[in-house]
Design a protein around this ligand. Sequence first.
Ligand SMILES: [Zn+2]
Length: 1043
Amino acid sequence: MSQQGYVAAPPLSQAQPGIGGYPASFGVPPSQPHYAHYGGTPQSAASPPPGACCDYHSCSPCSQNRIDHHAARGRGTCWPCWEAGKVFSRNNVSAFIRSCSSEQIKSIMLKNFYEISINECRLKKASFSPGHGPLHGPQSPTSSVPQPTSQVLPPTSGRPLMPQAPQMAPPPSASGQPFMPQSPQMAPPPIGASSAMGTTAAAAAMGVPGSFSGLPHPPGGYQVRPGFPGAFPAGAAQMAGPPQKKLDPDSIPSTTQVIEDDQTKRGGQVYATNLRGQVPPLVTTDFVVQDQGNASPRFIRCTTYCFPCTADLAKQCQVPLAAVIKPFAAVPKNESDKYYINHELKYSYFEIFQMLPYEQYLHIFLQSAGPIRCNRCKAYMCPFMHFIDGGRRYQCGFCSCVNEVPAFYFQHLDHMGRRVDAYQRPELSLGSYEFVATLEYCKNKKPPNPPAFIFMIDVSYPNIKSGLVRLLCAELKSLLERLPREEGAGSSAVRVGFVTYNKILHFYNVKSTLAQPQMMVVSDVAEMFVPLLDGFLVNFQESRSVINNLLEQIPDMFTDTGESETVFAPVVQAGMEALKAADSSGKLFIFHSSIPTAEAPGKLKNRDDRKLINTEKEKTLFQPAKGVYEDLSKECVSNGCCVDLFLFPGQYIDVATMGSVAMHTGGSVYKYSNFQAQVDGDNFLRDIRKEVEKPVGFDATMRVRTSTGFRATDFFGAIYMSNTTDVEMAAVDCHKAVTVEFKHDDKLSDDAGALVQCALLYTSVGGQRRLRIHNLSLSCSSQLADLYKSCETDALVNFFAKSAYRAMVNQPLKAVREVLVHQTAHMLACYRKNCASPSAVSQLILPDAMKVLPVYMNSLMKSAALVGSADLSTDDRALQRLLVTGMGVEETQALFYPRLIPLHNLDVGSKAVPLAVRCSEERLSEGGVFLLENGLQMFLWLGQACPPEFIQSIFNVPSFAHLGADMTSIPELDNTLSKKLRSVIDHINQQRSHAMKLVVVKQKDRSEAPFRQHLVEDKGLHGGASYMDFLCYVHREIRQLLT
Ligand SMILES: [Zn+2]
C-alpha cells in the first residue's frame, strides 16, 4: 500500500482535550521520541470529511493461500505413530547396567546422551494411537485445527458483497454485530466529565439523534438493519440534536464473548503442535497440548504466528512481532500424565543416573561432547534440522549451514528422508526438551552446588508489632519441610540460612552439631561481610532441631525492640556474599517493613512528590535510585542471587527502587500495606508457600536464536542484560515470562518460515546444570491479511503493556499513552486499507483476531501505572509496573480485562466457575452479587438489594445493612451456598501467582471506588475514556489515516 494517507502520528490541526479527562491531548504529536515506533515518520493528516456515520465489522481477511503453502511444503506435516512397546522396565535396566563395565557404560552414555530429563520438567513425548493425533500426509492448518472463523456481517442491502463472502459465517453473537459509533465531528470527551457519563455521553457527544430503533436514515445509500441495537443514522444533526438514548454496549466487540466463543470452539480439545504458524487457542481456553515438534503455547505465545516477509510490510502494518516466552511454565497434569508415555531411552538414562554415584555419572557425562549444535549459528539440534546425504550431514534450519553428523550421532534415514530414530530422540521430534548440560556449560567448568535459600527477616518495630515476625517464624517450621526437591529425590538439596536485621544484621549459626543456635552481629553495614561460613547454610533435615529452636526464639528475642530504622542494600549484599562464599546460586527471601533510612549504603529518602504527577517529571517517581542499587542488581545476577521481596509498609517505601533489585534478579515483589497478621496473614502465607514451593531454575541464561532474515532485538522481563543477546536471570520461575521483540534484517520466505529457538541454561533445585530448549516455527507471508489473521490479541497486549511500562521511566506518560492510541489506530487502519473488502469509510472494520484489541489498549492506558492521578499511591503504581514487566500472556490478559463474575445465580451443583460478564457498571444490578478479579486483586461486590437469604448464607448476618465495612474475608459457614462461593474464590486464587486479598464492597459504600476502577469498559475513575468513547476516538484516527 502507499504510505500516503497512512502515517505514524497524525497531529490534528488544533489541540483538543484528551480522551476521558486526560489532561493531555491525543492529537498533539509527542514531544519525545516514541518508545515503540514501528512506522515511518509522522506526517500530518487531513481532517476527516464530515458526513457518514460508521459501522463496525469484525472480519477475517480474505485469504485463500495458506492451505497451498502448507500443502506445497509437505515435509514436517506427516507424523507417523509413535513406536510403541519398547519400554525397558526399571528392573531390567538396572540389571543390565550392573552387568556393564565402565567403558560400556560410557559408550551407552555417549549414545544416549541427548536425553530428555523427563522427571524434572515433564516435557515428554506424546503418545499417539494410530489414526489419532498425528497426521498422515500433508494437511493444512485449517483442516486440522479449527481456525477462528470469519465473523463478518451478513451483507447489508445496498452494499456490495465482500469478496470473501463464501468463507463468511453469520455472526454467532453480539460480537459480530455492526457498530456505528461515531460521527466525524466527535471530539474526545471533555476533561473532568463525570464517570457516569458512560455510553449515553458518548452518544451525546456524537450528536446521536433520537432514533436508535433501526430506522433507516441512510446517507449515501447506507441502511440500518433491523435488530441492530446501537445504530444511529449518519450525517444527522451533529452536536445538537433531539434527546439521546443509550447506545447499546452489546453492539461493540465483547471480550467475554470472544473468550466464550473460543472456549466453545476449542475448549477440551487436543492442540497438537505439529504445524507451522498455527494459532493456538486463547490463553483463557481449557485445552490439552500435545507436543509434536513445536513448543506448547504454555511456553511460547506470539503476537502473530505469521510474520510478514519483508521489513517494509512489517513497518507498514506496525503490528509488533514478538514472542512471549515463559520457559518454566507449569504444565497441567493431564498433559504430563495422560498424553505422554515413557520411552525406552529415557528409562535407561534415568536408571543410569539413579544408579551411579553422582560424581561418576557427572564424570562420564560431562567429559563427553556437548549437545549437537550447528557449527555456524550454534542452534541446538531440533526438529528443524534437515538430514541429508544418507544421514551423514544435516542442514541447519536456522542458518542453512550444512554440518557433519558426529559419528556417535549417526543414524540412517528412512524413505521419507527422516532419521529412523527421529521419534526416539526428543530433540528430533519435540518442540520442548531438556539436556543435561556438560561441564562446558557450567561456571568455571565445575558442576554447580545445589542452590540455597536465605530467609532475611526485618525485626524492626513495625514487623514485630504487626505480628509478622511471629507468624512467619511459625510458618517457616512447616514450610522448610516442603522445600523444593528434584523429582524422585528423597529430600531437598536446597540449603537454608537465616538472618535477622533492623539497622544492623544478625547471622545465625545453625550447624546440626550445636545444641543452640548462635547469633553473630555485624554492625558495620558499610562494609558488609559474612561473619561465618561453616554453619550458616545448612541442610534443613540435618539441622532441623537447631533451626526450629531458632525460629521459636526469634519473635521473643525482638519482642521489646524499639528500633524502627532499617537498612536494605546491606541486607541484599550480605545474602549475596553468603551465596558467593558458598559457591551457590539461590534466593534471598527478604521480609521488609519500611523505607531504609538508617545510615548505610543504599539509604533512601521519601521522594513521593505527588506534585510531579502530570508533569514532565512524573517519570522520575518510577525511576529507581541510581548507584548502589544498580550495582547491587548486577552483582546479584552475576552470582546467581535472586531476591524475593515481601514488603509490609505503613507508608511510602519506594517500591520503584527496592523492587528494582527483585525485578532485575528474576525475583517477585509482594506488598502488604498496613499489614496485620490477623487480617492479612492468610494471604501472606499463601504467597510465601507458593513462592518457596514453585518450580524454579537458578543462575539462568537465555538465548533466543532465529532463522535467517530476522532477529531478536529487544527483551522485556524480570531480567538483566549485560550484552545485547544474553538474557540473564538469577532465577526464573513458572510465572516469569520474557517478551522478545523481533525485527527483520533481511527478507523472509514463506517457504522456509520463521524459526525461533529459545535455549535456557540453568541450575535445577537439585544442583544439576541443564539446558532447556523450546522451538517454534512460524509462517511467513507477503500478504498482510495472513498476518492479521494469525494475530493474538492477548500477546499483543502483553507486548504493549511491557513496552509502555518500560517507556514510562523515560518519557512523559502523556507521550506513552499517545503512542498506544496511535499504534492501535495504525494497525487497524492498515488492515482496513490492505485486507478488508471495500466498504464505506464510515465503517469501523476490525480484524477478527484483533477485534477486542481496543478495549485492552484502553484499559492499559487507564491502568494505575499509566493514568497519572494523584489519588493513586505511587508505590502501587510502581509495583504494578514492576509486576507487569515479568508477566506472561495469561497474567496480562486477566489484569487488563478483569473477570466480573455474577454470583447471585450460583449453581451450587456445578463445579465450574460461572461465566464472566462484561466488565462494566452496566452489568451490575442492585439485587446482584459479583466477584471481580484481575490476578492481583479480588472484590466481592454486593448490590444494595441483594437478597437477605444470600447475605445470611454467606455472612451469617440478617441483611445488607448489618454488614460491617472493610470486610476482607467471608466466614466458613456450613451451607452449600457458602461452600460453593468459597470454592469459587479458592479456585480462582489457585490459578493466580499472587494470593488475592478479598475485599468485600457494598454498593454505594465509600469502598466502592477501588472496585469501580477495575470496570475497564467504563470511563476511568482517575481519567481515561470508556471503551465506547475510545473506540469512537480510534475510529476517527483510522479515518484520518485513511484519508
Ligand atoms: Zn545454523
